[in-house]
Design a protein around this ligand. Structure first.
Ligand SMILES: Cc1cc2nc3c(=O)[nH]c(=O)nc-3n(C[C@H](O)[C@H](O)[C@H](O)COP(=O)(O)O)c2cc1C
Length: 147
């Protein structure tokens, strides 16, 4: 099973969430390869994955991180039918467009034909409430049950 998580993170919150998710998968005996979008030389890195997770923050007034833009466009052209995916991210409720890039990625990836068995996971800055941890557990459960 080839599972990948690709993330963007400017100040570390989304990386911290990604690390937590990867750790939770490891506890279930599932290995997840962590990829930083800025290290990627092309946008074919998910082609050989059976399942993948995209982790993003939201910037501007509900704008995609700059470093995610080309990947976002590229993924829309892919045929990823048969693959499982999920989208997670961090944001801040002081902004009107809270975590909207998580939903934007979900809509974009849906076009590839891949299947999302999870609810989009949105965390305010960092996971610290019971609800956050419940949502994380649910994400892990739903994702792994579909593998
Ligand atoms: C200039 C600026 C604009 C932001 N705009 C939004 C926004 O529109 N919606 C949102 O939910 N969060 C917004 N945020 C909050 C970030 O998404 C949040 O701090 C996130 O956890 C950053 O992730 P990172 O630490 O992985 O870079 C903004 C933050 C900054 C500094």
């Amino acid at each position: 099973m080839n599972i990948k998580l690709v993330y963007a993170s400017l100040t570390g919150n989304t990386e911290m969430l990604s690390d937590l998710i990867i750790e939770k998968f490891e506890e279930k005996g599932l290995e997840v390869e962590k990829l930083f979008i800025e290290d990627m030389e092309d946008f074919d890195f998910l082609d050989d994955a059976d399942a993948f997770i995209v982790a993003t923050y939201t910037y501007g007034e509900g704008e995609l991180p700059d470093e995610m833009e080309e990947f976002f466009e590229a993924i829309g052209e892919k045929d990823y039918s048969g693959k499982i995916y999920g989208v997670i991210g961090t944001g801040d409720t002081i902004y009107e467009q809270y975590c909207v890039c998580v939903d934007q990625f979900d809509e974009q990836i849906e076009k590839t034909g891949a299947t999302n068995p999870t609810e989009n996971l949105k965390i305010e800055i960092e996971a610290d409430t019971d609800e956050d941890f419940e949502n994380i557990e649910k994400f892990i459960e739903d994702f792994s049950a579909a593998l």
